[in-house]
Write a protein that binds this ligand. Structure first.
Ligand SMILES: Nc1ncnc2c1ncn2[C@@H]1O[C@H](COP(=O)(O)OP(=O)(O)OP(=O)(O)O)[C@@H](O)[C@H]1O
Length: 224
């Protein structure tokens, strides 16, 4: 408890006072303009940036750049999820930030970028973790390559902030399909790294593909 109190004090007196975040577009990651000494940014999503403190290996701080409402919902989801080895845990909820258990490893996005093999066990672990969430009354959503981490052959789900929304999306299913169709037979086999600009192009094209698919479904429904 004392350790947590000290950590919270450090967040509020150093990190929050010095950090500068910019979020221009909800479809692109938050940009960290300045990180105070002692802290390092270990990841950024479209809503938040995540920081680690040099003297603390256990916890990370997720600061929301926009939509503080999302922070409250994420905390609620963690409470509902309880403890599971494939998820992080909520340690503390601040006004603008959450303290979470630190997950180790690299994201699937980084693995593909660096040509590091993603074993099938990762896909199985995530499938199992998502099923666990469903059994707790949650709806797994927004699970993509930057929201799944792997470490020593185990898979972890990093971001559960959208699990309260009604209705699952297709992102994880699409990723699994792409894994078996393109990744496993080719990129996995030869450990080929993929440059950032290609991954970005895939990310943008996938967004358009999802929009197109959604429209097509609506038209089909309308035609009956
Ligand atoms: N508990 C954690 N331990 C270690 N790294 C983490 C943790 N949580 C997040 N990260 C890192 O920070 C990055 C951004 O976090 P996260 O995906 O939760 O942000 P977000 O803005 O909610 O994302 P999204 O754009 O998917 O909504 C992750 O891709 C991961 O690299």
């Amino acid at each position: 408890m004392e350790q947590l109190n000290k950590f919270v004090e450090r967040i509020e007196t150093t990190l929050l006072k010095g950090v500068r975040l910019e979020s221009e577009n909800p479809y692109d990651p938050v940009v960290v303009k300045h990180t105070p000494t002692g802290w390092s940014c270990i990841g950024a999503g479209n809503y938040a940036a995540v920081f680690a403190y040099q003297g603390n290996e256990e916890w990370v701080v997720k600061i929301y750049a926009r939509e503080q409402e999302g922070l409250k919902k994420e905390a609620k989801v963690y409470r509902k999820l309880g403890g599971h080895p494939a998820y992080s845990e909520l340690i503390y909820q601040g006004e603008q930030y959450l303290v979470l258990k630190r997950l180790r490893g690299i994201t699937l996005y980084e693995a593909v970028h660096k040509g590091i093999q993603i074993h099938e066990s990762i896909i199985h672990d995530v499938n199992e973790a998502l099923q666990y969430a469903r059994e707790r009354g949650l709806t797994p959503c927004d699970i993509h390559g930057k929201n799944v981490m792997m470490n020593e052959g185990k898979g972890y789900v990093v971001d559960i902030s959208d699990f309260y929304k009604p209705g699952e999306d297709e992102k994880w299913n699409d990723l699994v399909k792409a894994y078996y169709k393109f990744y496993k037979p080719f990129f996995y086999k030869y450990s080929i790294p993929i440059p950032d600009f290609v991954l970005d192009a895939i990310r943008h094209s996938y967004r358009f593909y999802r929009k197109w698919r959604k429209k097509r479904k609506q038209v089909q429904l309308y035609k009956g």
